[in-house]
Every structure is written in structure tokens, then in C-alpha cells.
Write a protein of this length. Structure first.
Length: 287
């Protein structure tokens, strides 16, 4: 029997509907949830992602503002812009679009965002909290992937999970979140010898490499839940890492590209922004 499709679009729409109501409730109480996106440089893929985030904000009633900075922006100038947003009470969530221009140190920038507004969950504080099992501001992609896996109804506890990616965006937070749910986790990357030794044992396989057909069916365990988080653009067409049709024949569940992890990442970003706005609101009302 071919794998069932993990429909991220459908699941994300359900999440967005609920968030729309919560955004409305906040507005009725005088708080307009607001997400600020900082974009340094002209990468067309980054522009596309920012546009998708703005569209989602509009759909559910979150205000969005984008700070466009030139490719040559200095680290100091970029941090200054972030600090302005940190102290702006009308902004509840801040996202710095990655990757940053080569001359900028990513860690410095993600740690400049106030942890209370760090809706991407990349700061040392929020990543540290995820390590403790506190996932309030966990990475949106990792949160989205966990939601997709949980939507299958299959228990994560006791499963072998393999993630091909070790970035702070996907692999590291996701590994912590799967560990927290008592999976046994392997993380693979460019220096991993014989990736198939790990993937073939994986009941849950997540790939986020960004290379078309990086994962052929031969290295997938039959019956696995397979999540494709990679994005590879060929002209206007979008592909993932998984060799979809052959893998679909042997997996139990498969999250496609497009329509799997992408919309879930955006929905979880909206969720994190609403969480940040609610936290701001309750502090304001306490005073
Ligand atoms: P990244 O830091 O470049 O991650 C790529 C990962 O793939 C790294 O861990 C890298 O390992 C590994 N890798 C590359 N070539 C490999 C190889 N030959 N064998 C094994 N591992 C290899 O970028 P990222 O931000 O995490 O994003 C990764 C992918 O996910 C991209 O395609 C991105 O577009 C996509 N993504 C999608 C969403 C979504 O919402 N759908 C969100 C975030 C990211 P090394 O570091 O050792 O090179």
C-alpha cells in the first residue's frame, strides 16, 4: 500500500483558522499582534519566503513590517536595527531572515534578538530552553515537523529517528524535540560516513539538505514516516530531497514538497507571534 500523504497545507490551514480567532481576541483587547521581519540582501529565495510570511500575517490579522537592509550592511548596523525593534512596544515578534550575507556572524545576530520576541527560536536562550523541554519559542520548522509526525497518530516514543541536517534551523532543535519525546535520534551531515547505515534503521526520517532526490528509496526503511524539509528550486519549480514516487511506494507516511513542511513552518511562525503578543498583553494588563 502506498504511503499516506502528510498534508501540511490542510493542517496549517486549521492552525491558521484558530490563530485568526486569537488575533481577533487580542485586537478586541487593544493589542494588534505584530511581526517584524529583517531582510539583509537581495536573495530571491529569501524575498519569496518573506512574502509568504507577510501573506500569512495578512490572512490571520497579524500586522507585519519588513526592514530591508542592503547586502553590504555591517554587523553593527544590523544589530542597531534589531535593538530598535527590541524596544518597540508595537512589535511582538522579530525574525531575521537567514541566511545572512557572508560577512555577518549568524550567532551574533540571532542572539541580538530579544528572547521574548525571538519567534524563530534561534537565540541561545530559546534553543537552551528547547534542550530543557520548554518549547514555547522552538524553531518553527522543527515545531511544524513535530506537528506533522504527531498528526499521524503514531507514537514517537521508542522510535528510531534520523535527521539529515544539523543546522539551528532544523536539525538541532528537532533532535532535541524528538529526544524529549523519547525517540532515539541520529543526526547526519556532510561528514557522516555511510548515511544509509542510519537512514535504513529510521522509523522516522527527516531530510533537510536542499538537494533534489538526495534520498532514494533504497536507503529508506519500509514503513517509515518520511518528512521532506529540503527545498531545491529549479526555475519556478520546487523540489524536495526525497525521491518522492519510489519512496511513497514503501513509506507509511510521506510529507511532500511543496505542501508539507513549508506551510507548517509558516503556521508555526504565526503561532509563535501570537504567543509573543499574548505574553506582552498579559504583562501589560498585570501592571
Ligand atoms: P543548511 O544549514 O545549509 O543545512 C543543510 C544541511 O544539509 C547541513 O546540515 C549540511 O551539513 C547537510 N548536507 C549538505 N550536503 C550534505 C551531504 N552531501 N550529505 C549529508 N548532509 C549534507 O540550511 P538550513 O537552513 O538548515 O536548510 C536546509 C534545507 O531545508 C534547505 O533546502 C532549506 O531551504 C530547507 N528549509 C525548509 C524550510 C521549510 O519551511 N520548508 C525551513 C527551513 C529550511 P553540513 O553543515 O555538514 O554541510
Amino acid at each position: 500500500m502506498p504511503a499516506k500523504i502528510l498534508d501540511g497545507k490542510k493542517l496549517s490551514e486549521k492552525i491558521l483558522e484558530e490563530l485568526q480567532e486569537q488575533a481577533m481576541e487580542l485586537k478586541q483587547k487593544g493589542i494588534i499582534p505584530c511581526l517584524a521581519v529583517v531582510l539583509a540582501g537581495e536573495r530571491p529565495d529569501s524575498r519569496l519566503y518573506v512574502k509568504k510570511k507577510q501573506e500569512a500575517c495578512k490572512k490571520i490579522g497579524i500586522e507585519s513590517k519588513t526592514v530591508f537592509l542592503p547586502e553590504k550592511v555591517s554587523e553593527k548596523e544590523l544589530i542597531k536595527e534589531i535593538e530598535k525593534l527590541n524596544s518597540d512596544n508595537s512589535v511582538h515578534g522579530i525574525l531575521v531572515q537567514l541566511p545572512l550575507p557572508m560577512h555577518i556572524k549568524q550567532e551574533k545576530i540571532v542572539n541580538a534578538v530579544s528572547p521574548k520576541k525571538d519567534v524563530d527560536g534561534f537565540s541561545a536562550e530559546n534553543l537552551g530552553l528547547v534542550a530543557q523541554g520548554i518549547e514555547t519559542f522552538a524553531s518553527c520548522t522543527a515545531k511544524g515537523i513535530i506537528r506533522l509526525i504527531e498528526s499521524t497518530g503514531i507514537k514517537i516514543m521508542g522510535k528510531n529517528a534520523c535527521i539529515i541536517n544539523h543546522s539551528i534551523v532544523v536539525g538541532k532543535p528537532l533532535a532535541l524535540m524528538l529526544l524529549h519525546r523519547n525517540a532515539t535520534v541520529s543526526i547526519c551531515h556532510r561528514a557522516t560516513k555511510n548515511i544509509s547505515d542510519f537512514t535504513k534503521k529510521a522509523d522516522i526520517l527527516v531530510s533537510a539538505v536542499g538537494k533534489k532526490n538526495f534520498v532514494p528509496a533504497e536507503i529508506v526503511k519500509p514503513g517509515a514516516i518520511v518528512i521532506d524539509a529540503g527545498i531545491f528550486l529549479e526555475g519556478k519549480k520546487v523540489f524536495g530531497d526525497i525521491d518522492f514516487e519510489p519512496v511513497k511506494k514503501i513509506a507509511s507516511w510521506i510529507a511532500p514538497v511543496p505542501g508539507g513542511v513549508g506551510p507548517m513552518t509558516v503556521a508555526c511562525l504565526m503561532e509563535n507571534t501570537i504567543i509573543a503578543a499574548k505574553a506582552f498583553a498579559s504583562k501589560k494588563w498585570e501592571k
